[in-house]
Each structure stands twice: as C-alpha cells, then as structure tokens.
Design a protein around this ligand. Structure first.
Ligand code: DAH
Length: 337
C-alpha cells in the first residue's frame, strides 16, 4: 500500500500541463470517482488496524497536495491567457506598481500649492522667446551690459531660448489688467558650462503681484510666509540688496538651512545660508512698457530656482543627477499619486 502511495505521489509531482483540458483530465484521472486516489482510499479500508493511522495520514496529505497542485496549474494557465484576444475584458485589472514623480516636479508642485493658497494663479509662457519679452520689456536697454548677466542661447535674429521665467511676467501683464497675482513655473536655458553645481537647463518659478498700494513690506511678508510653509515654522530669511534691471529696489533672499551634512556644505558653500531667489518692486519702466500706470499701481516680483531647493531637500550632491533619467535614482522619490 505504502509503495502505491509513493508511486502516485511521484506521478503527481511529475505532472505538468499548460492547458485547461490536460489539467481537467488529470484531475479526473486522480480525483475522479474512478480515479487513482479513490482506488487507494478503497484499498485503505482493508489496511490492518495498527497501520491505519499512519497510512491514513499519508493519503490525506497526498489528497491535499494534488488539490493544491491542480489549483496552481489552473491559475498559471489563466494568468498566461491574459492579453489573449479571448480574454474577458470586464475582469478587474492586475496590480500595477505606481511610478514616482521627478524631484523637480515634487518641489515645483509644493511651491505652487503654497502660493495658490494665498490667491496666486498659475500662468505659463513659451520656452522660445523674442527679445521683447525676455529682455526689452523688462527694462534691459539694448547693448546694456546687464544682458550679459545671463548667457543666452540665440536661435535666430532676436529669437532665443528664454533665460528666465521673468518673460512670463510680461506676457501676463500684456494680456490682463491689475490686480494681478500670478506664479509661472517653467524651464529656462543658459549657455553655461555644465558642472556639479550648474546646468544649462534648469527650472524657475516666477511670482508677480500688481495692485494699488503694494509695498516692499508686502513682498517681505509674502516671502516669509512662503519660506515658513516650505522650510518649516522656525525658518529664518535674510534679504540682501541686489540689482536687477526690472526691479527697483532689488534684493536677493537667503534661507538659513544649516550645516548638518556634507551636501549642506557643498550646496550652501559652507555658510548654511541658501540663496533661493531674486526679488524686488517692479520697476515703473516695466509697468509702463506693459501699459500699466505706475502712478496708480505698484507691484512686486520674485524669481526662484527649483534645482537648488530640491538638491538640499533630497540631499542630492550633483545637479546633473536631476537630468540623467536614471531609473534607479528616480525610483527613490515615491510620492503616491
Ligand atoms: N530673473 C531673475 C534671474 O533669473 C530672477 C528674478 C529676480 C526674478 C528678481 C524676478 C525678480 O521677478 O524680481 O536671475
């Protein structure tokens, strides 16, 4: 009897099939009313009493394993049939792993959300720009050395890749009337050598607020609100006087990040302070260029780079990693949907 059980077990183990018919006939052959396992159970009746317990157990184990095996084979056949033209399209889909967002997108979305909460609308403009929108309307006089602040990729004539998202300010001003409250995220391009710290393509977010009686205090409070929302309640900021052709007065804003890691040292040049944006009161000439009366309206503007903020937040020591599309690197930024 034991020998027969062993034989049947080996037979079952050796069996394999990849279509439903073969599995079904195997099932009948073993488990059916006249099947081989049934026959063994019949024979079991005449097993001597003292062996009943042991052999009974062996039979039950065998029975269980054949039922499981048949189930497994059926599941395999079903899943390999998926995608077949005859597949039932109403069946619930399989599980797909959710992808992850690019760290630049994560930071951009977070910044956009923070400004949305205080009434800023999102606007966008083209990446290929003319001289008027990228420079002239922003109060860069022709041949003025300020144009050299940004090394431009020229395309043809006065057409170039935009060097900053400030060009979108101009597009918004020419197509709407104050009050204006907008932020403009986008890609910008500068003809610069690529290194661990800088790239010829990067991302900025521009902000513009124009209304009656807008003051520098409004600018500072708005930026402080942003810094606290993004970096935490205890965040310290500092504004340093600066120069931009399109704002007067102009400033640059630093956020205190600290020096906890080597990446912090690298990105903040050992100071702990991170310069994140340029800002200022919109120059009256810029308002005039866009048919807004500077005697009635005033406004502030700011422009920040996204890469450096993302690098600190996610401790990325080399900006080039953000542009390599390395799946192993990008997979780390799991973010839900
Ligand atoms: N466009 C400037 C840059 O790319 C940043 C900037 C500075 C934008 C001051 C502004 C501003 O709107 O007011 O460096």
């Amino acid at each position: 009897m034991k020998e027969k059980i062993k034989e049947l077990r080996e037979k079952i183990n050796a069996f394999s099939a990849s279509n439903e018919e073969a599995i079904e006939s195997f099932r009948i052959k073993i488990l059916g009313r006249k099947g081989e396992l049934k026959a063994l159970y019949e024979e079991f009746k005449s097993v001597p009493k003292e062996l009943k317990r042991e052999i009974g157990q062996e039979l039950n184990v065998l029975n269980k394993s054949v039922v499981e095996k048949i189930q497994r084979l059926k599941t395999n056949v079903e899943s390999s049939n998926q995608g077949d033209a005859k597949t039932d399209k109403t069946r619930p889909g399989g599980i797909h792993t959710i992808g992850s967002r690019h760290p630049i997108s994560l930071v951009r979305n977070e910044i956009v959300d923070i400004f949305r909460r205080i009434g800023f609308a999102v606007s966008e403009g083209p990446e290929v720009e003319d001289d008027w929108h990228n420079f002239s309307a922003l109060n860069f006089p022709p041949e003025h050395p300020a144009r050299d602040m940004q090394d431009t990729f020229f395309i043809e004539g006065d057409v170039s890749l935009r060097t900053h998202t400030s060009s979108v300010q101009v597009r918004v001003m020419e197509s709407s009337t104050p009050p204006i409250r907008t932020i403009s995220p986008g890609r910008v391009f500068r003809n610069e050598a690529i290194s661990a710290r800088s790239h010829c393509i990067f991302h900025q977010i521009e902000g513009l607020y124009i209304d009656k009686d807008v003051s520098f205090a409004d600018l500072k409070q708005t930026l402080l609100y942003f810094a606290k929302e993004f970096f935490g309640d205890e965040t310290k900021i500092r504004l340093r006087p600066s120069y931009f052709p399109f704002t007067e007065p102009s400033a640059e804003m630093d956020v205190y990040w600290g020096l906890k890691t080597e990446t912090d040292y690298k990105i903040t040049k050992g100071t702990g302070w991170l310069e994140i944006l340029g800002c200022g009161m919109v120059d009256p000439n810029v308002l005039k260029n866009n048919n807004i009366d500077p005697d009635v309206y005033s406004g502030f503007a700011f422009g920040m780079g996204i890469e450096r903020i993302a690098m600190l937040k996610y401790q990325i020591g080399d900006i080039r990693r953000l542009f390599e599309n390395d799946i192993e690197f990008l997979k780390q930024f799991k973010s839900g949907i």
